[in-house]
Design a protein around this ligand. Structure first.
Ligand code: ADE
Length: 418
């Protein structure tokens, strides 16, 4: 079958090929899985529709699925996150790619729709737009199951599950330990700081850096911002997470108070309108606003537009909003994922674990999907353990094994103080 595609410019492929090679060199776990897939072809003849950020790391994943025998159609999971060089290169790897940086919302949806025309058996999603489109359009026949990459996607899918709307099983890749403990924390932590620095080139040391949301992503960003010498302030709605942030040594306060003192604001809550007009009106001149949550709704852009008299692009990925009273607020990456728009997303070393879970979950769905109900499932424990073991081995780290005595001790309830 000939490869079909819609990308920005196929001539960018040589650069994309090098980017993919670089990622492959830093994703040994996924490359190990690729070698096994190449031999065993567990996905032979399986059509996979995927909606993922089209990055060099995603390229390593889809090439692995292809090596396992799958046919892959790929679209972006955000209108601004596609690396056009990578998208171009993938068209030469026989991947049907529909993605380019700067898609309009209509084009973004059209690309999602396009991947569903390939009669997919498995869907691989990041944010649940692909799965929700397949349900809205009634394209569910023949789909054995899907996997979901991110927290926001899982939240949406849980609503579908609760309403009884789900038509096929979902594997919650996000909820694997080897995903969220590393990707969400260390990946988002590093790539968000990377995006802010690439976009602005400002010094973080000594700045008041406000992190809205103390989930795994927020924890990672707060930790890394502190490492750069910023004074980190956390805002939360969940008392347990707020308490944890306080005991982790961060200043915790309401967004209303933080608005007055913050120099840089980053939202990572997964919710809407976290930073609104009433907060923006209290901010210091030159405050910087960025979002690292999946959707561009966390900073209210309609509010920002409404209180501004003009706006201009002052540098790539930085829009200056001139407020009616003369203060300036700087919005990064149009309020979309700053780590993927202004930087390259999470580093390959964490994506290799997230995507190892994706690849092995696809294999699992092919083997067992038909036996599953239309519910949300955890990544099987064996897969999670296998990914951790492979990652440790790639890092050259050896760990201990329990002795027989220790196994017996852990199993017995009679033994205690001797
Ligand atoms: N999500 C966050 N970082 C990513 C990356 N580098 N590739 C694909 N998806 C991502």
């Amino acid at each position: 079958m000939s490869t079909e595609y819609e990308v920005k410019n196929r001539n960018l492929a040589p650069k994309g090929k090098l980017m993919i090679e670089w990622a492959e060199a830093h994703m040994p776990v996924l490359m190990k899985i690729r070698a096994v897939f190449q031999k065993e072809k567990p996905l032979k003849g399986i059509q996979i529709a995927s909606c993922l950020h089209v990055t060099k790391e995603t390229a390593v994943l889809v090439k692995t699925l292809k090596a396992g025998g799958a046919e892959v159609a790929l679209c972006g999971s955000n209108p601004l996150s596609t690396q056009d060089e990578v998208a171009a290169a993938l068209t030469y790897d026989k991947i049907n790619v529909y993605a380019w940086r700067g898609e309009t919302e209509k084009e973004y949806q059209r690309c999602i729709d396009k991947t569903l025309t390939y009669n997919p058996v498995i869907l691989m999603d990041d944010g649940a737009d692909l799965i929700s489109t397949s349900h809205k359009k009634g394209i569910v026949k023949g789909i054995t199951g899907a996997s979901e990459e991110t927290t926001t996607g899982i939240t949406r899918l849980r609503s579908m599950e609760q309403e009884g709307a789900l038509k096929y099983p979902i594997i919650a890749v996000n909820d694997a330990y080897t995903k969220y403990l590393f990707d969400n924390r260390f990946g988002t932590g590093q790539s968000t700081i990377d995006g802010i620095i690439r976009a602005t080139s400002i010094l973080l040391a000594g700045k008041n850096f406000v992190v809205c949301g103390y989930g795994w992503c927020g924890r990672g960003i707060a930790m890394r911002a502190r490492g750069m010498g910023a004074n980190v302030i956390v805002t939360e709605v969940n008392p347990i997470k707020a308490l944890e942030a306080a005991m982790d040594g961060f200043t915790v306060m309401s967004i209303d108070r933080a608005a007055k003192v913050g120099d840089i604001f980053v939202t990572v809550t997964g919710d809407t309108s976290v930073i609104r007009k009433e907060h923006m009106l209290k901010m210091k001149d030159s405050a910087i606003l960025a979002n690292s949550g999946h959707f561009n709704v966390e900073i209210s852009i309609p509010d920002l537009e409404a209180i501004s008299k003009s706006k201009r692009t002052i540098r790539q990925n930085v829009q200056e909003y001139m407020l009616k009273d003369g203060r300036r607020l700087y919005l990064l990456a149009e309020g979309r994922l700053v780590n993927l728009v202004a930087a390259e997303g999470h580093p390959p070393e964490v994506m290799m674990m997230s995507f190892a879970n994706q690849a092995l979950s696809a294999e699992y769905l092919v083997k067992y999907g038909k036996e599953l109900e239309p519910k949300i499932y955890k990544v099987p424990e064996e897969i999670d353990q296998k990914v951790a073991t492979l990652a440790l081995s790639a890092m050259g780290i050896q760990i201990d094994k329990l002795t027989e005595e220790q196994v017996r001790y852990l199993k017995s309830w009679e033994l205690g103080t001797t």
